[in-house]
Write a protein that binds this ligand. Structure first.
Ligand code: ZN
Ligand code: ZN
Length: 424
């Protein structure tokens, strides 16, 4: 049985020189809870990080579990450590077991003492972590095909759809679809196998929506960026490169993933989306980019594995791929450590020197500040930045520090193009 791999959250305090964000993720887990990354590998029956990378890139057979019960159990076990003293199960005393917080069913403690000591911190996030614990199970429905739910044609022009409320106002079928997904066969299978009570249908529907919003937040970021740069796909066909596409965005990616752009720009001339990154997972979108314009009123998605500046030299400059009208990056993380910055630097300079409209999203305001600082040092011409109205609605728990305030995918953005104008 092949199945999903627990996604690792972004690094909090990474310490690595790797250009691969997966490895930074692992190292940052260990800096929070020493030994946690090894626990994850053990649960997945993997011997090292290389094997993990091969699996998330789709090279290995996939990770096999005997049954759903085992799969969900092993996934949950990667969250089992004492939130107060960071102790892992292997370091508990004889006969001692970790106890789960009964309110959120998300965090664990080795003793009552540890739980009591942690409560002043944990109480601020306990309610939210309850939702997160539901989401990380319901997310499995992305792999069964129940999610993402189909969406409706837009009844308003894109300029009038400014936030999620506007978008939801056009989606009359969403409620019945959420209802159907929450009462579907896969949802039933899920709760039969996870070893915890099934939440109320309203909780499940809210969770399905949060996960759907994360998926859509990427597509809408692309559409928003096109609009902000005044690029109109109804006037001419457009090519969008997603630089630094990760395993999170490409594992299980389908050729229809960017179809919401058809609803956003009805009657467009053809939009091509190329996902490029060293962690691109093999799948149905792993195919060559277009060399000439794609079909009108269709979005064509392809993926290329490699660093963006290598893709540029090896493919774009040889005219085997169209030059981009826009480059988008989701959570590039180049602010996080030297290794990631070094991987990104040639790409950032290339975007600047070729004057390419660029739009990057980040997880939080702090990350935005740090990213802006780097872009300013590179004398990039930052056009604007701020909160993204189509931020994902699903809170992201910091895997090794669950009491930290959650972050949200694509919560903030920065838009830049070219070099700063010279002051003379
Ligand atoms: Zn403890
Ligand atoms: Zn709790």
């Amino acid at each position: 049985m092949t199945s999903q791999i627990p996604a690792l959250t972004q690094p909090d305090t990474p310490r690595t020189d790797s250009v691969f964000s997966i490895l930074s993720g692992f190292y940052s887990l260990d800096s929070g809870v020493p030994g946690l990354s090894q626990v994850i590998l053990d649960k997945l029956n993997m011997k090292d990080y290389g094997e993990y990378r091969a699996a998330v890139e789709g090279k290995a057979e996939g990770i096999s579990f005997r049954n759903y019960k085992e799969m969900f159990k092993k996934m949950e076990e990667t969250f089992e450590f004492c939130t107060s003293c960071n102790r892992l199960p292997a370091r508990l005393a004889e006969g001692q077991t970790l106890k789960r917080c009964v309110k959120c069913l998300n965090v664990y403690y080795c003793t009552k003492e540890c739980q009591r000591k942690d409560w002043p911190l944990h109480k601020k996030v306990c309610k939210m972590l309850r939702l997160v614990a539901i989401d990380r199970l319901v997310e499995w429905l992305m792999f069964t095909g129940d999610l993402p739910l189909p969406t409706a044609k837009w009844s308003k022009p894109a300029a009038e759809v400014k936030n999620w409320d506007d978008w939801l106002g056009m989606q009359e079928d969403l409620a019945p679809r959420l209802d159907a997904a929450s009462s579907g066969a896969n949802m039933a299978t899920l709760w039969k196998n996870v070893g915890r009570p099934r939440p109320a249908d309203s909780d499940l529907q809210a969770s399905l929506w949060r996960i759907q919003s994360e998926f859509l937040s990427r597509v809408l970021a692309v559409g928003t960026a096109l609009r902000h740069f005044g690029l109109d796909p109804r006037a001419k066909p457009l090519t969008v490169h997603i630089a630094g596409a990760s395993h999170n965005e490409t594992m299980g990616a389908r050729p229809t993933d960017y179809d919401e752009l058809n609803n956003m720009f009805p009657g467009h001339q053809g939009i091509e989306v190329v996902l490029v990154g060293p962690e691109v997972a093999d799948g149905p979108v792993t195919r060559p980019p277009l060399r000439s314009f794609g079909p009108r009123q269709r979005v064509y998605v392809s993926a290329h594995k490699g660093l963006y500046h290598h893709f540029w030299e090896d493919v774009v400059e040889k005219e085997e791929a169209a030059k981009p009208d826009l480059v988008v990056g989701f959570h590039p993380g180049f602010h996080a450590n030297q290794g990631l910055l070094e991987g990104w630097l040639p790409t950032l300079l290339l975007l600047r020197d070729y004057d390419i409209p660029s739009f990057f999203t980040v997880f939080s305001e702090a990350e935005l500040e740090a990213s802006l600082h780097i872009l300013q040092e590179l004398e990039m011409h930052v056009r604007d930045s701020g909160t993204n109205p189509f931020s994902a609605q699903k809170p992201e728990q910091r895997h090794s520090s669950p009491n930290k305030a959650p972050v949200y995918c694509n919560s903030h953005y920065v838009r830049f193009q070219g070099s700063l104008p010279r002051a003379d």
